[in-house]
Design a protein around this ligand. Structure first.
Ligand code: NAD
Length: 499
C-alpha cells in the first residue's frame, strides 16, 4: 500500500512505499538504531514516506556486505557487467513515466523535465558506460627484446558515493554507472531531502544487480555521510554537493589517503555579446531561451546560469526581451506536463532563496521581476513555490558571488571582450558558463578564456554522457561523464615481465 500515489495527467502513477529502510545486500533492512525520518513532498509540503535514519553502524554493515559481494563482482568480465548495465537501462526505459513522476513528486521539479531530460539522460548514461567498457583496452609495451610491460585495469574495490537533492536519480546514476562498469561495489548515501526516488528506482531495477554490489544507506550528512567518507575500508569517495561540504570530504579522505572526486557549487556566467541582437531571428530567440534557463530545474542546478553578463550596447534590448521570456514561464503543479517551474526541493531551500532575495534588496540590487513566494492554493498551498526573480546589480554584490541555488538571476553589463572575461572569471567558482555570439571567433576566444570546466557556446544546459563535466577552482576536483571517468574508478596494474 502506498501513502501517496502521485499521478500525472498522462496517467503514470508513482506508488511509493510508506516506509523505506536502507538497501543492503539486495534487500531493504531497518536501520540498526531503529530511527526514521519523515520525507515531505515539495509539491504539497506534506510527508509521504518515512526513511531509515542511518548511522555509523549501518555504514559499517553496508561496507562489509559490499566487500563480500566484491569477491565475485570484481572478477566479472566486462561483457557481463556491460550486460547488467544494459538491462538496467532497458528496465528504466520501460518504467520511464513512473520513475519521472516519482522523482518530480519528491523533488518538485517539473515532470516535463524528468520525462524529457533527467530520466532519459540517466538511461543513456548506463548505455554509454556499458558501451565504452566493452571498448576499453589495456596496453602492452615492448620495452626491449626480452621485456614487456602489460597494463591492466582493475576495480578499486568498495567505493563510497554521496549525492545532493537537485537531480536525485541523475546524480546517483552519474556515479553508479561508471563505478559498476569498472567492477566496483558501492555504498551510496542519497541526500536526506530526496532519498526516496532512488529507493523507488531500486524497487524497479534492484533484481538486476547481484546482492551487495549496490548498497544504499540513508540519513543525514554528519550522521551517515561523514562515517562513509571517513570509512577505513572504502577505496574512494565521490561527492557532489556544496563547496563547504567538499572541503570536509577531502579532510575525511585524507585520513585514509583515498582518492576523491568532488563536484561542487557554481555561479555560472552567461555572456551575451552585442552581435547576438543584430537581428531578431532564430539565433536571437535561442539566446533569449538561454537567458531564461536560470529557472530551469527551478534554478537548482550547479551550472545554473545565475549571472547574465550583457554587452552594454544591447543591454536594454536583450534584458527587456529576456524579461518578457521569463514572464511566460508557466509556474504550477510540477506534475502537470505544461508546468515549466515547479516547487523548490525543500522548505530550507525555499527559505534560503527568500533570504537571498532580501540580501539582494538590502545590498542595493534592483529587483526587476519576481521576488515573492507563490501560493498555488488548495492542496498545494503549503508547497515550496517561489517566483522566477531577476535583479540588476554589480558583480561584487553577494547575489552575484554566492550560490543561491534557486530561480534567481543577477544581471549586469560589460563594455568589451576583456571586461566580459574579467567579470565572468571574477568568482570563486568555475563549473559552467555560457557564451553567445554569432562570431565563432569571439565565441571560441571567450570559451577558452573563461575558467570553467564546461563552456556552452550558443547553447546551454546539455549534459550528454560523452562530454566530460567538472569544475575549475572551488567547483571541484576531477570529472564525471565521458570515458575518462572509468579511470577515476580503476587502478592501473602494471606487470613488467622479463621473458
Ligand atoms: P550538501 O553539501 O549540503 O549535501 C550534499 C550531500 O552531502 C548530502 O547527501 C548530505 O547529506 C551530505 N553531507 C552533508 N554534510 C556532510 C558531511 N559533513 N559529511 C559527509 N556528507 C555530508 O549539498 P546540497 O545542498 O545537498 O546540494 C547542493 C549543492 O550541490 C550545490 O552547491 C550544488 O552546486 C552542488 N551540486 C554540484 C553538482 C556538480 O556536478 N558540480 C551537481 C549538483 C549539485
Amino acid at each position: 500500500s502506498s501513502v501517496y500515489a502521485a499521478p500525472n495527467t498522462r496517467g503514470a502513477v508513482a506508488d511509493y512505499r510508506p516506509r523505506y529502510g536502507h538497501y543492503i545486500g539486495g534487500e531493504f533492512v531497518d536501520p540498526v538504531k531503529g530511527q526514521w525520518f519523515e520525507n515531505p513532498s515539495p509539491v504539497t509540503g506534506k510527508t509521504f514516506t518515512e526513511v531509515g535514519r542511518g548511522t555509523v553502524e549501518d555504514i559499517d554493515r553496508a561496507v562489509d556486505v559490499a566487500w563480500k559481494a566484491f569477491a565475485t563482482w570484481g572478477k566479472t568480465s566486462p561483457t557481463e557487467r556491460s550486460n547488467v548495465l544494459l538491462r538496467i537501462a532497458d528496465r528504466m526505459e520501460e518504467n520511464l513515466e513512473k520513475i519521472a513522476v516519482a522523482e518530480t513528486w519528491e523533488n518538485g521539479k517539473p515532470v516535463r523535465e524528468t520525462l524529457a531530460a533527467d530520466i532519459p539522460l540517466a538511461i543513456d548514461h548506463f548505455r554509454y558506460f556499458a558501451g565504452v567498457l566493452r571498448a576499453q583496452e589495456g596496453g602492452i609495451s615492448q620495452l626491449d627484446e626480452d621485456t614487456v610491460a602489460y597494463h591492466f585495469h582493475e576495480p578499486l574495490g568498495v567505493v563510497g558515493q554521496i549525492i545532493p537533492w537537485n537531480f536525485p536519480i541523475l546524480m546517483a546514476v552519474w556515479k553508479l554507472a561508471p563505478a559498476l562498469a569498472a567492477g566496483n561495489c558501492i555504498v551510496l548515501k542519497p541526500a536526506e531531502q530526496t532519498p526516496a526516488s532512488i529507493l523507488f528506482l531500486i524497487d524497479i531495477i534492484g533484481d538486476l544487480i547481484p546482492p551487495g554490489v549496490l548498497n544504499i544507506v540513508n540519513g543525514f550528512g554528519i550522521e551517515a555521510g561523514a562515517p562513509l567518507a571517513s570509512h577505513k575500508k572504502i577505496r574512494k569517495i565521490a561527492f557532489t554537493g556544496e563547496t563547504t561540504t567538499g572541503r570536509l570530504i577531502m579532510q575525511y579522505a585524507s585520513q585514509n589517503l583515498i582518492p576523491v572526486t568532488l563536484e561542487l557549487g557554481g555561479k555560472s556566467p552567461n555572456v551575451f555579446f552585442e552581435d547576438v541582437a543584430r537581428s531578431r531571428d532564430s539565433f536571437y530567440d535561442k539566446a533569449l531561451e538561454g537567458f531564461s534557463f536560470f529557472a530551469l530545474n527551478n534554478g537548482e542546478v550547479c551550472t545554473c546560469p545565475s549571472r547574465a553578463l550583457i554587452q552594454r550596447s544591447i543591454y536594454d534590448q536583450l534584458l527587456g526581451d529576456g524579461i518578457e521570456r521569463v514572464k511566460a514561464i508557466k509556474q504550477g503543479n510540477p506534475l502537470d506536463p505544461e508546468t515549466m517551474i515547479g516547487a523548490q526541493a525543500s522548505n530550507d531551500q525555499l527559505e534560503k532563496i527568500l533570504s537571498y532575495i532580501d540580501i539582494g534588496k538590502q545590498g542595493g540590487a534592483k529587483l526587476l521581476i519576481g521576488g515573492e513566494r507563490v501560493d498555488l492554493g488548495g492542496d498545494l498551498s503549503e508547497g515550496y513555490y517561489v517566483q522566477p526573480t531577476i535583479f540588476e546589480g554589480a558583480n561584487d554584490m553577494r547575489i552575484f558571488q554566492e550560490e543561491i541555488f534557486g530561480p534567481v538571476l543577477a544581471v549586469t553589463s560589460f563594455d568589451d571582450f576583456d571586461d566580459a572575461i574579467a567579470t565572468a572569471n571574477d568568482t570563486l567558482y568555475g563549473l559552467g558558463a555560457g557564451v553567445w555570439s554569432r562570431d565563432m571567433n569571439t565565441a571560441y576566444r571567450a570559451g577558452r578564456a573563461i575558467e570553467a570546466g564546461r563552456v556552452w557556446t550558443n547553447t546551454y544546459h546539455q549534459y550528454p554522457a560523452h562530454a566530460a563535466f567538472g569544475g575549475y577552482k572551488q567547483s571541484g576536483i576531477g570529472r564525471e561523464n565521458h570515458l575518462k571517468m572509468l579511470d577515476h574508478y580503476q587502478q592501473t596494474k602494471n606487470l613488467l615481465v622479463s621473458y
